[in-house]
Design a protein around this ligand. Structure first.
Ligand SMILES: Cc1cc2nc3c(=O)[nH]c(=O)nc-3n(C[C@H](O)[C@H](O)[C@H](O)COP(=O)(O)O)c2cc1C
Length: 476
């Protein structure tokens, strides 16, 4: 474990960083990363598909607490949707503070299963990516991944200050807590969430666990410095992500200005001072537009240990993106289409989010407007304090009336897209609605998408993760 990877395959949610992708990268000696986002939901849906792979079922059955494994299988495997596997999926409860023990169990097992499968049968290292902004599933997700021996946890989209301490505690099977932000228009007083390995195990002997390394994904040297000096322990390294990267991006500093296409403009204040990062003395990887040999070498010359690459892997054969959608985008890009837009409004998180402008996805205005708002996955809901003191949950992408009734501002709903349903549909796991329609996908990618052809062999429109690694190491 002392040998550090030069290439980190970025964690791409929901499910784009699949078991197959992380496994392939890991077996080639680099860091393969699974996305830990919404895995409870995607596992439940995969189990309901007639063609659910036996590997997944076997992985569940290998879970150290057998009655929990049986319960997950009984709840979801016995509900295979319809003969052709295309009926509506059984609902999975939305994450909340008051969630049932069964949902916690599903969250732990789902993360265990992905890491277990990604690591199975080889010696490579595997990480799991989580978003700081999605707080409710964080503790059970980390513990589930640790039960399967995860080597790295990577977290961005916020300030993941407590994660080093949580990893230390879980490695000793001690209880760990994380404060949940609760909006109340005044102090936003957080509420502690606790996960107790002992309580969870319900009398089973507690397994010996390895403490994974923690890499914080940040977009500023100030945040890197702050995290490295934290009383809760320092990260073991940093991924420094630039605004051309796929997925969510940091907001520009200061007042947000938009260009003619409505995209946020980044300026000199957003530049990362790599000298400050270097002086922290921890390894760092550069992310965002580093998907070529030249950019890889440039990152090394800037003092980085290596690079984190997302977009190039997102469209490889092994990624979790639904096959025909992936091919449609590659073909569009080869024709000079499939523009990537940094949408300042799409994500309910309030962070800019990159979308690929292709037909039949909610990145296109006319398709977006056709969708009836519905919130039934709920990973991006934020907790708020109700007038009666209780905690409620709301998301600016939910039906507008509901959001406003919950005290949300109507102006915050403008242009918001349901990333939960959209990103799950991108995997081919979209929910079927009462009118027979399926949820519509939304695809994110970085500015590097336009260079995707560099991984394709002549005449081909598909490539593998190994082709990306070969190009990056200059082996072609
Ligand atoms: C499809 C896609 C989904 C992503 N989702 C996440 C995510 O869930 N969490 C995260 O930390 N980063 C996410 N990212 C960012 C990547 O992990 C990585 O840092 C980034 O893609 C690197 O820049 P590049 O796209 O130019 O290669 C995503 C990127 C893509 C392309």
């Amino acid at each position: 474990m002392n040998h550090l990877p030069q290439i980190i395959q970025g964690g791409m949610g929901v499910g784009v960083s699949s078991v197959a992708l992380a496994r392939s990268v890991s077996m080639q000696g680099q860091l393969g990363v699974i996305s830990g986002t919404a895995l409870a939901l995607t596992l439940a849906r995969k189990l309901q598909q007639k063609e659910c792979s036996q590997d997944i079922i076997d992985a569940i059955l290998s879970f150290p607490y057998p009655e929990m494994a049986e319960r997950v299988l009984d709840t979801y495997r016995l509900n295979v949707t319809t003969e052709d596997g295309k009926g509506a999926y059984k609902a999975v409860p939305m994450p909340s503070l008051e969630r049932s023990y069964l949902l916690t169990e599903l969250m732990v097992i789902a993360c265990y299963v992905e890491v277990y499968l990604a690591k199975k049968g080889h010696q490579g290292v595997v990480g799991m990516n989580l978003l700081e902004k999605i707080q409710l599933p964080t503790l059970p997700s980390i513990y589930g991944a640790m039960l399967a021996g995860v080597d790295y946890i990577l977290m961005g989209a916020g300030i993941p200050i407590k994660i080093p301490m949580i990893l230390d505690k879980f490695a000793e099977n001690q209880d760990a807590s994380l404060p949940l932000k609760v909006l109340d228009n005044v102090t936003n007083e957080p509420v502690d969430m606790t996960f107790s390995p002992k309580e969870f195990a319900k009398g089973h002997p507690l397994p010996k666990l390895k403490r994974p390394k923690f890499l914080a994904i940040v977009s500023s040297h100030t945040l890197a410095l702050h995290l490295s000096r934290s009383d809760f322990g320092s990260p073991d390294g940093f991924v420094i992500e630039l605004p051309v990267a796929g997925g969510h991006n940091a907001n520009p500093r200061g007042k947000v200005m938009l260009n003619d296409d409505g995209e946020p403009i980044y300026g000199t204040r957003d530049e990362v001072d790599l000298e400050v990062v270097k002086n922290i003395g921890l390894p760092f990887w550069l992310a965002g537009g580093f998907g070529s040999r030249e950019d890889f070498l440039r990152a090394l010359s800037l003092g980085a240990t290596g690079i984190q690459v997302g977009t190039a892997f997102a469209f490889s054969e092994e990624s979790g993106m639904e096959k025909s959608l992936k091919e449609r985008i590659i073909n569009a890009v080869l024709k000079g289409l499939g523009r990537v837009k940094t949408d300042p409004l799409a994500s309910p998180t309030g962070f800019p989010f990159k979308v690929v402008e292709v037909e039949d996805t909610t990145a296109m205005e006319e398709t977006y407007l056709k969708r009836n708002r519905i919130c039934d996955i709920g990973y991006l809901r934020e907790a708020y304090r109700k007038e009666n003191g209780k905690i409620g949950y709301r998301c600016p992408s939910e039906p507008i009336d509901d959001y406003v009734k919950k005290g949300g501002k109507i102006e915050d709903t403008k242009g918001r897209k349901c990333l939960c349903n959209g990103l799950v549909a991108t995997l081919g796991l979209g929910q079927k609605r009462k009118n027979g329609d399926h949820e519509i996908p939304i695809v994110t990618a970085g500015d590097d998408l336009k260079f995707i052809a560099r991984f394709l062999k002549k005449g081909s429109t598909i490539y593998r993760a190994s082709d990306v690694i070969r190009v990056l190491f200059g082996l072609v």
